[in-house]
Design a protein. Structure first.
Length: 323
């Protein structure tokens, strides 16, 4: 028979022990988020799915209530509060200064080793973007894009390669290629004349945070951050598969250069883009269009191309004169 003093605060029941294990795991991830670090495997991988940690936390809280473990209940409520806080969008959203000078439609797509090249061509013909950022565009993909889209998008800046290493920026507007960001996979850059203003363009595709590749992932995201800071006086568009979400410290440091996530500006900052094939409803937004403070964004859409595990991101941008 249990008495009032019979370990009411001791997590001895199986449900309480399971809740404690769930809370401990979630606490490690949330603690790293609070400390502004991506730490080591498995933290970077779990941070990508931070909103979904609400589920094991809520389950643990129910277990503590059934077990009458009140200290654990306080722990669970605190974790829920922290998760809710960190799920809020990160970064600035203030409006740009000056009147609008040009409209720009941008599409970014990871075509998964070139497999979704055909659906991408169809999407470009249908949506008519001004700029197209294509990741994992192998040599065959590059040849198909040149054959099928050169009439509408005659300008390009590319890093050629096999498998996932090839990438290309296609444009209706004349481009001046710039040196690519160093990385395992191609990350070409360029400048374009948009409404009489020079705009920097940079494709992003760092290594994913695989268990044995986290330092490479961090280093390549840092290279993208350095590219974002390289010419602060020019409007900029950085787009691609960043293999990171706003819950990764390395990605937030890119936003801290003054860039905004176009999807967030249109209220779609948590829409999953990967894995589109296997678990689309429980995915993470790792594909982004980032813009400098001279841009506003609307009509952020996420396209299911098929034949790739990523959803494409399509946004309409407006360039302003700025300060």
């Amino acid at each position: 028979m249990e008495t009032a003093g019979d370990g009411a605060e001791q997590p001895r029941r199986p449900g309480a022990w399971l809740a404690a294990l769930l809370f401990a795991a979630v606490s490690v991830v949330v603690g790293c988020r609070a400390a502004d670090t991506d730490a080591v495997t498995p933290v970077p991988q779990l941070l990508a799915f931070l909103p979904w940690l609400l589920l094991p936390t809520a389950a643990g809280l129910l277990l503590t209530l059934r077990a009458r473990w009140w200290t654990g209940a306080v722990w669970g409520v605190a974790l829920l509060g922290l998760l809710a806080w960190y799920i809020e969008p990160y970064g600035k959203t203030d409006d740009p200064a000056g009147p609008p000078v040009a409209r720009l439609r941008v599409l970014t797509a990871n075509v998964e080793y070139g497999r979704a090249t055909g659906p991408l061509v169809d999407a470009v013909r249908r949506e008519k973007p001004d700029l197209v950022f294509v990741q994992e565009c192998d040599r065959r993909c590059g040849a198909v894009l040149e054959r099928d889209l050169s009439a509408t998008h005659p300008h390009r800046s590319a890093v050629e390669g096999d498998g996932s290493k090839g990438s290309v920026i296609l444009s209706r507007l004349p481009l001046t290629p710039t040196p690519p960001v160093p990385g395992t996979m191609g990350m070409p850059g360029a400048t374009a004349d948009v409404g009489g203003r020079t705009v920097r363009l940079q494709l992003a595709h760092p290594m994913p945070p695989l268990p044995d590749q986290v330092p490479v992932w961090q280093r390549e995201l840092a290279g993208i951050r350095d590219a974002a800071k390289a010419a602060p006086g020019l409007p900029a568009v950085l787009a691609g598969d960043f293999n990171a979400t706003q819950d990764h410290a390395a990605f937030r440091r890119i936003l801290d250069t003054g860039l905004r996530d176009a999807a967030r500006l249109d209220g779609a900052d948590r829409t999953p883009t990967w894995p589109a094939r296997t678990a689309p409803a429980f995915g993470a937004q790792i594909d982004h269009v980032l813009v400098s403070e001279e841009f506003t964004a609307d009509r952020a859409r996420f396209l299911d191309l098929g034949d790739t595990d990523h959803r494409a991101v399509l946004v309409d941008l407006t360039l302003h004169t700025g300060r």
